[in-house]
Ligand binder design. Structure first.
Ligand SMILES: CC(C)(COP(=O)(O)OP(=O)(O)OC[C@H]1O[C@@H](n2cnc3c(N)ncnc32)[C@H](O)[C@@H]1OP(=O)(O)O)[C@@H](O)C(=O)NCCC(=O)NCCS
Length: 494
């Protein structure tokens, strides 16, 4: 059969859609196995008698996809995932090969610029990133303004947001909205400068968020060390002479950073693009990405694994725990994935790193429980039939714990490498053909239709109203009994 559109042999690349409301037929093109939602807007019908006006039936069909289960929001050349077969590739290179042969900064270059660097290009990139790790001394005040027990992710997102205010030349609100979309050499160089600053300062900020809570003075980023060795130095150096972080831990962290550098359009990368689509500066985009990653459904899973293992306690308690999972009383954290329906390819690499790290740090006491849990779950019909296998978070928390990082620091160790993925996606969007369109999704409005304002004295307070439709009076922790017994303007508070 000859395709009428392309003139090539083979089936047609389009859909024939018949609207049974009107009897009209529409041809919807398919490109790269994708249909455009905007094509469905052409499908219009008259409103039915009595139909809500808010359905906007006459203005064209809408496409609903709560939670982005099957919506492509961008065309990308960065990362490919085949969840059924456990495949993850950055710019076409399998993650296993990158973990084995590459290093984090080379992978950063690959993700951002599209190919593996030549030696001179890599030297430029490495030098620029490392020299941009130093932060303005004024930034220290921001870190010190947080309470001693502030969550490091809250500190980090604020720090990136504040950093943007240091660089007027990186702010499209001040320098013109096409600052990053022009693709001319000056604009590309300006963009690169912000990229170097963000990757360079990610470790510095992370280390500062760690140290400020311990009352340790901040450390100037050292010279001559790798990206991850410099990070460990900034975290731990206390003035000792010739301090050199453990090469095994620095190497393990480097591989972990490669594995976490990008994962196509997850919640935080999408947030970065959504935020960037208004053409705001890249520092604000990073702050938004950090906020998204902070959530327990995204960056908190490896911490949940550790809490789960602590609660199981000993290997002999694993069968009972698995039974409670099957009864849906518990969740097996670190298993299952929205995209991978087989083992997450990163989990095999992480398992190997874990062995290297434990040789140096000693085994984590939770490791035996984790191994028994893993082995029993992988043999259990409940998990195999649902294609539930370990994801990247099952082992990573154990490694971070063995390295001595506090649990609330785990998501920070996710952010530092992930800024690279965010920047790669942000840069790609800024430079995409046709410019940037603001991301403005649609909604299906099911609320009240038009109604008239009712004066307060005519409103009825219905006691049976659902709790979520009225405000709660909440206890005011700062108020003592004495304050409550006092009178204000002659009136009692009680
Ligand atoms: C990652 C996750 C949110 C993916 O969710 P999802 O794609 O929406 O998958 P579903 O919730 O549709 O799961 C399919 C089935 O497996 C079960 N399931 C999924 N993950 C499970 C888990 N970790 N433990 C026990 N059962 C699980 C679901 O209950 C469901 O069972 P059912 O079909 O009998 O109702 C989910 O697997 C999960 O919560 N995992 C634990 C948290 C975690 O490790 N997150 C890090 C991801 S990198």
């Amino acid at each position: 059969m000859v395709n009428a559109q392309t003139g090539l042999e083979g089936p047609r690349d389009d859909l024939t859609v018949i609207d049974n409301r009107t009897g009209k037929t529409y041809i919807v093109p398919i490109k790269d196995n994708t249909v455009a939602a905007i094509d469905f807007k052409k499908i219009k019908a008259p409103s039915k008698p009595g139909e809500r006006k808010e359905n906007e039936t006459e203005r064209g069909l809408r496409v609903a996809d709560k939670g982005f289960l099957n919506t492509a929001v961008i065309t990308s050349e960065i990362t490919y995932i085949d969840g059924d077969n456990g495949v993850l590739r950055y710019r076409g290179y399998p993650i296993e090969e990158l973990a084995l042969h590459s290093n984090f900064l080379e992978v950063a270059y690959l993700l951002i610029y599209g190919s593996l660097p030549s030696r001179p290009n890599f030297k430029v990139f490495q030098r620029e990133v490392m020299t941009h790790s130093i932060v303005h001394v004024d930034a220290e005040g921001l870190f010190k303004s947080f309470r001693y027990d502030a969550h490091p992710m809250a500190i980090l997102s604020s720090a990136f947001s504040a950093l943007g205010s240091f660089y007027e030349e990186a702010n499209p609100s001040l320098r013109g909205q096409n600052l990053f979309t022009k693709s001319d050499p000056a604009s590309l160089a300006n963009m690169d400068k912000q990229i170097y600053r963000i990757i360079g300062k990610a470790t510095t900020f992370a280390a500062m968020a760690y140290r400020v809570r311990q009352g340790r003075p901040f450390v100037t980023p050292p010279t001559g060390l790798s990206y991850t060795a410099s990070f460990l130095y900034q975290m731990d150096h206390l003035g000792q002479e010739d301090y050199v972080p453990s090469p095994t831990l620095a190497k393990a962290l480097d591989i972990l950073f490669i594995l976490h550098a990008d994962h196509e359009l997850n919640a935080s990368s999408t947030t970065v693009l959504q935020t960037g689509s208004s053409l705001v500066d890249p520092y604000s985009c990073m702050a938004a990405g950090i906020a998204s990653l902070y959530g327990p459904l995204h960056g908190g899973a490896n911490e949940a694994v550790i809490r789960m293992l602590i609660s199981i306690g000993h290997p002999e308690n694993v069968p009972a725990f698995l039974e409670s999972v099957k009864k849906r009383e518990r969740v097996l954290s670190g298993f299952g994935h929205r995209v991978y329906k087989t083992s997450d390819p990163r989990s095999f690499i992480i398992r190997k790193i874990a062995d290297e790290v434990f040789k140096e740090t000693g085994e984590d006491e939770l490791l035996k429980t984790a191994m028994v849990l893993h082995d029993l779950a992988m043999k259990d019909e409940y998990f195999t039939s649902r294609k539930l296998a370990p994801n990247v978070d099952f082992w990573s928390g154990l490694i971070y714990r063995a390295m001595g990082f506090p649990m609330d620091f785990f998501p920070v160790l996710f952010v530092v490498p992930r800024v690279v993925g965010w920047l790669a996606h942000w840069r790609q969007m800024m430079l995409q053909p046709g410019g940037v369109k603001i991301w403005r999704p649609r909604q299906v409005y099911v609320g009240e239709t038009k109604r008239d304002y009712v004066p307060m004295e005519q409103r009825v307070d219905v006691e049976t109203e659902e709790a979520k439709t009225r405000p709660f009076a909440v206890p005011h922790l700062g108020q003592s009994k004495r304050t409550m017994l006092a009178k204000f303007k002659g009136k009692s508070r009680l």
